[in-house]
Each structure stands twice: as C-alpha cells, then as structure tokens.
Design a protein around this ligand. Structure first.
Ligand SMILES: Nc1nc2c(ncn2[C@@H]2O[C@H](COP(=O)(O)OP(=O)(O)OP(=O)(O)O)[C@@H](O)[C@H]2O)c(=O)[nH]1
Ligand SMILES: [Zn+2]
Length: 209
C-alpha cells in the first residue's frame, strides 16, 4: 500500500476512534431529541411524538452513516484487464444527500466523478460509493468535493481526477436568506484535468458544462 493511502487510512482510523470515544449512548441521544422538541415548542410526551426520538436517532444513523465506513477500502478491488484502455472514465449525475455542518440542513445534489486510469480501473459503482460515504457526514460542499477527489487520487494513482458537485443547500432555500432555485457548484481537478486545458474541456463538455 503506498504511503499516501496509508496516511489517508491512518487519519480516517484516528477520526473513527475519536468519534467512538465521543459517541453518546442511544438513550442519551433520544433525550437530546426530546430537548429539541421542547425547544421547538412542543410536548415530547404527547402521543404523536412518543416514538419520535427513537425514529430521529435511527434517521441519524442513516444520515450520518458515513463516519463508520472506510472509503479507501471501497477502492481496493481493481481490474487490470482493460486491453490498454487509457481514456477518461466518467460517472455522471451521481445523486447524493448530505447535511451542512452549519445548520444540519439537507444538501441535495449530484456529483460528476472522472478519472484517467493509469493501469487499473475500479468497479464503477465504487465511485458512487465514495461519494456516498463522504455525503453521509456533516459537510461543507468544498470539503466533500476535495475529499472525494483526494481519496480517488491517493488510492488509484490515476493520471488525473475530476470531481464537480452541483447542489442545493436547504439552509439557503428554506431558511435564512430564502433563495430557492440557487445551486452551488464546486470542482476539484487533479493531474491531467488540472494541467491540460483540453482534458478539462473534454470533461466539462461531457458533463454538459
Ligand atoms: N462555503 C460554504 N458555505 C456553506 C455551505 N453550507 C452552508 N454554508 C453557509 O455557511 C454560512 C454560515 O454562516 P453564519 O453567518 O455563521 O450562519 P447564519 O447566521 O445561520 O447565516 P445565514 O445562513 O446567512 O442566515 C452561511 O452563509 C451558509 O450559507 C457549504 O457547503 N459551503
Ligand atoms: Zn447550512
């Protein structure tokens, strides 16, 4: 395993350990939901809300399940019999749901992920899985974009990686500044996508930009 991958792995393992140490138990988490229900002005003891803390805690396990998964593991199985395929591989319109770390409001959008294989290719679903792992955490879009690209680069060591994310932030559309219809676009280009304008153009053309 190369040292970049080892670095990514070590820091992820440390994050997971720290997260496990901080993690409250389920009873404590459910109590926190009751507190928020009272903060919203409602009565957690009324019939309709009795099961809500348990449901919210389960929903959180789903929304934030990405902390427990190692994205490096997902990219370990690669295939070498490609008959010399050395063009771009692009997975377009990977829909994702995330949550912003400022308001814990949904971020909903699509990611486009491309890479230029060196000698090995990865199962295409794994690119979508990497997006999903980083989405299922509290995020800002810039960081999520960089994490996806950096992980693919570190593990596959391709000639280049490009990630573009377009998303709607509900903290901007349903509260605060209230601007429905806005979307945020971020990109991270590495290797050939950063250095070669033609490659970058080809990629942007393929995702309709
Ligand atoms: N750069 C970036 N900003 C984000 C992202 N998600 C949410 N934000 C912004 O984070 C900022 C947090 O700003 P604050 O002023 O601390 O929070 P606030 O008082 O709730 O601000 P408003 O949303 O303007 O009401 C807001 O401008 C959000 O729009 C993201 O993924 N990237
Ligand atoms: Zn927000």
């Amino acid at each position: 395993m190369n040292s970049k991958v080892q670095d990514v792995r070590n820091s992820l393992a440390q994050e997971r350990e720290a997260a496990a140490a901080r993690r409250p138990d389920r009873v404590e988490a459910e109590e926190a939901v009751r507190t928020l229900l009272r903060w919203a002005g409602d009565d957690p003891a009324r019939e309709g809300l009795l099961g809500t803390p348990e449901r919210v805690v389960r929903a959180y396990e789903e929304f934030f399940g990405g902390y427990l998964v190692d994205p490096v593991d997902m990219l370990q199985r690669t295939f070498e019999e490609t008959d010399g395929y050395d063009e771009m591989v692009l997975l377009r319109d990977i829909r994702f749901e995330s949550h912003c770390e400022h308001h814990m409001a949904p971020i909903i959008g699509v990611a486009h992920v491309a890479y230029f294989p060196r000698s090995r290719v990865v199962g295409i679903s794994k690119l979508a899985r990497v997006v999903q792992v980083y989405a299922k955490r509290l995020q800002i879009q810039e960081k999520m974009t960089a994490q996806i690209a950096n992980t693919i680069e570190a593990v596959l060591q391709p000639h280049g990686v490009a990630v573009v994310i377009e998303a709607t932030h509900q903290c901007m559309t349903t509260r605060g500044v209230h601007k429905p219809g806005t979307s945020m676009v971020t990109s991270r280009m590495l290797g050939a996508f950063r250095n070669d304008p033609k490659t970058r153009q080809e990629f942007l053309g393929m995702i309709g930009k």
